[in-house]
Design a protein around this ligand. Structure first.
Ligand code: ATP
Ligand code: MG
Length: 413
């Protein structure tokens, strides 16, 4: 009996070539747009001390309370597969001694891990493209961050997205608001889901974005943070809105955006689509002015966002062909070595070339077809003597006798 083949862990997917090519297109757009805003790439560890996330994201959050892949390693250290990139960025910013180096503008691309219930658009290993800015007083930086996020998604050609913005207040105005919200929620506790009942005391603002319909039905006239902002937060929020208007970045206010992490304050935002069901948030972020200090650094205002690569990829809804320029067909054994050399010449000009392997001509053309090559270059004994090859354009079927230099011209020109 054949052994049962092994499967990957549920919610953890392979990136096979056609999909990775789409990811690379997204990454290229990110690098291009973030580069124009003078952001530099950082590559940070996937393993971090568990403590880092407990102290930053917060113990009562979904991520820390039930979604982290954390374990004790052979040396007895508590480590964890990073569930997000902001906490690690702050750690690296402090550890790298960059607090006196002026504004830091970073971006990263890499895998994150959360033990969530796997479903469409919700994976246990997924990738984020994230950006962080340290030394960002705002509201100018908030405006530029949102404009950059918008430019990135526009560069990708994704339409039908909505930018939703909220203010989460600060240590001055949030406690008073929180008390009001808790009072409101307690009156409706009987109608809220079990999880929300637990949230009332621990993390009441999380109730506001509960995805359960019966909970949402209870929240119609729930008090909103934007109605309780202190003067500083009000001025900041007004500045953000005016800046977005001036730059013509389209947005709407959504007072229900709370973000699932404790460290956010003031500006919070999400970019959502209605095309991915409940997993409609493709990009999310906000300001986290207290986090650097919380993790042992000097008071440093900061803001960031992260986009889910797989969700963006689903929205693009395409697979990308490999983009083979030339398939080389060698006719006759005598031409085989020569054809390999010609293939190498074409590659040295930057073309993407597959060699169809020689032998039976019909089989070689089938290979060229399967590779979706744009052109076929046919090389036989005759071509060896004339120095010319036959170039066949696969779209039109047209054929020409050309030198290798002319082939390069014809394809790249
Ligand atoms: P969601 O509302 O989907 O739970 P979140 O608020 O947990 O998202 P963040 O922690 O802010 O999301 O992460 C930023 C982005 O990363 C999300 O907008 C989403 O595109 C992506 N993302 C988050 N969790 C997952 C996941 N489990 N699988 C795939 N993508 C994810
Ligand atoms: Mg989540």
């Amino acid at each position: 009996m054949a052994a049962k083949s092994l499967q990957s862990i549920r919610g953890i997917h392979d990136g096979l070539p056609a999909e990775v090519r789409v990811w690379q297109r997204i990454e290229t757009a990110a690098r291009k747009v973030f580069g124009t805003y003078a952001f530099s790439e950082v590559r940070l560890p996937i393993l971090e001390p568990t403590e880092l996330f407990v102290r930053s994201i917060g113990e009562a959050t979904d991520i820390v309370s039930k979604e982290m892949y954390s374990f004790t390693d052979q040396g007895g250290d508590n480590i964890c597969l990073r569930p997000e990139g902001t906490a690690g960025s702050v750690r690296a910013y402090l550890q790298g001694g960059l607090t006196r180096s002026g504004t830091q503008r970073w971006f990263y691309i890499g895998p994150m891990f959360r033990r969530e219930r796997p479903q469409k658009g919700r994976l246990r290993q997924f990738q984020q493209i994230g950006v962080e800015m340290f030394g960002a007083a705002g509201p100018l930086e908030d405006i530029e961050m949102l404009a950059m996020a918008h430019a990135f998604l526009t560069e990708l050609g994704i339409t039908g997205l909505t930018i939703e913005v909220n203010s989460l207040g600060c240590a001055v105005c949030r406690p008073g608001y929180r008390d009001q919200l808790v009072g409101y929620l307690k009156q409706r506790a009987g109608q809220l889901c079990e999880t929300c009942n637990e949230r009332i005391e621990k993390n009441p603002m999380r109730v506001l974005d509960c995805k359960v319909a019966s909970c949402q039905a209870q929240l119609g006239d729930a008090p909103e943070m934007v109605g309780h902002l202190c003067e500083g937060c009000e001025t900041h929020f007004t500045g953000v809105k005016q800046g977005l208007d001036a730059l013509q970045v389209p947005y709407r206010i959504n007072a229900r955006i709370v973000r699932g992490l404790d460290y956010y304050n003031r500006t919070a935002f999400e970019i959502v689509t209605d095309q991915l069901g409940a997993q409609g948030t493709v990009l999310a972020g906000g300001r986290y002015d207290g986090l650097v200090e919380e993790l042992g650094g000097p008071a440093t205002q900061a803001i960031g966002f992260a986009a889910g690569l797989e969700r963006l990829s689903m929205l693009l809804g395409e697979t990308e062909a490999a983009g083979v320029d030339v398939a080389v067909v060698a006719l006759g054994d005598a031409a085989l070595t020569y054809s390999l050399k010609q293939a190498a010449l074409l590659r040295s000009e930057g073309l993407s070339v597959v060699h169809c392997g020689g032998g039976n001509a019909k089989r070689q053309f089938r290979v060229a077809d399967r590779e979706s090559a744009r052109c076929v270059v046919v090389i036989g004994e005759n071509e060896m003597h004339t120095g010319l090859v036959t170039l066949k354009d696969m779209a039109t079927g047209n054929q020409h006798e050309l030198s290798i230099a002319e082939v390069v011209q014809a394809i790249s020109g």
